[in-house]
Ligand binder design. Structure first.
Ligand code: SF4
Length: 337
């Protein structure tokens, strides 16, 4: 890139903040680590617990761009979380390329349950949400922490990418349809009522109609609460780039639509089951005279919203109990009780 874009003055890696600041002749103050200006509304924040990834998924360029997995020291994460909580943040979304690997590099053990327990001790944090866990060798003790600590959301984002064994092998996902089935059964047993989100890829090289049918059958069987799907993108430098990208963009998009239509029906049925029930809802914003919020089972931007009616003025960042009276494909509607 340096050769291709010679007009760039300086280049920095993702962890080279001190060098970057030096370039701008600004002091790097280590004691300010953990102090953060939020680019999100003040009641929620993303909190990164590690950078990089040691997995070898065939389609993924992240390890090439972000390098090997590096956990942030626990104390540093806790300091940042306390600072966020102290400045009004009520919900944190823990993010990493791969959450379950947390601690293996730094502490020689999977330290996610430990980290979660210590974060859950911060009382002002009412919702702690987990994004991006890898399914192979998933540390089941994390589930006990989710179940036992009331301020950790009963929510898990666990991308599976596919469910056909041929595709899982080709994608180098180190798991199988059988193992995924066992894992989801164990998760649901340990945390009854947990909301499961997953992400899929349609149109990976060599994906046949049969693979698509296997994936659809798996979705019908598992009935995930939330599903995101991307059409396969052929990235230079990944091991999948050596394979022939044999499906046209139109064919990939058709598969995406086909799978999303199936999920739309499942999502609607699941939403119908919520009509008449009351859910604690976090108010995120007001739009066209309506309040919009989320339940514990929804993350910001990617999941469902609740359209909230209220006879009194609500505050952004306020938790209110909402009785659901209408269900839509991806959203709910109800009133404050
Ligand atoms: S898909 Fe996720 S787990 Fe796989 S290599 Fe990429 S970042 Fe790592």
């Amino acid at each position: 890139m340096e050769q291709e874009i010679p007009e760039v003055d300086a280049w920095f890696g993702t962890l080279e903040l001190p060098q970057l600041l030096k370039e701008f002749q600004v002091d790097y103050k280590k004691e300010l680590l953990g102090e953060r200006l939020l680019s999100t509304p003040s009641h929620y924040a993303y909190l990164k617990i590690s950078e990089g990834c040691n997995r070898t998924c065939a389609f993924c360029a992240i390890p090439l761009m972000r390098g090997e997995h590096r956990s942030r020291p626990m104390e540093e994460i806790l300091r940042e979380a306390r600072h966020l909580a102290g400045s009004g943040v009520k919900e944190i979304m823990l993010i990493a390329q791969e959450l379950t690997y947390y601690g293996l590099d730094l502490y020689r053990r999977r330290a996610l349950p430990d980290l979660l327990n210590r974060l859950a001790d911060i009382e002002e944090l009412q919702w702690i949400r987990l994004h991006y866990a890898y399914p192979s060798r998933f540390p089941l003790e994390v589930l006990d922490t989710i179940r036992e600590r009331p301020n950790i959301c009963n929510y898990l984002d666990l991308p599976i990418q596919h469910a056909s064994d041929c595709m899982l092998r080709a994608m180098k996902r180190q798991t199988s349809r059988f193992e995924l089935t066992e894992l989801f059964a164990a998760i649901r047993e340990r945390v009854p009522g947990i909301c499961l989100r997953t992400t899929l890829i349609a149109g990976f090289p060599g994906e046949t109609r049969e693979d698509v049918e296997v994936l659809k059958a798996f979705l019908q069987e598992q009935r995930f609460d939330r599903v995101g799907i991307f059409s396969y993108s052929h990235e230079e430098g990944t091991t999948a780039h050596d394979l022939q990208d044999d499906l046209s963009p139109e064919e990939k998009e058709e598969r995406v639509q086909e799978i999303m239509e199936l999920q739309q029906g499942i999502s609607y049925e699941k939403n119908l089951e919520k009509v008449g029930l009351v859910f604690l809802t976090l108010i995120d914003r007001k739009e066209a005279g309506r309040w919009l919020g989320r339940t514990e089972f929804d993350s910001i931007e990617v999941d469902n919203e609740v359209i909230v009616h209220s006879t009194r003025k609500l505050e952004i960042g306020e938790f209110v109990p909402v009785r659901i009276r209408e269900a839509y494909d991806y959203d709910l509607e109800g009133e404050v009780v």
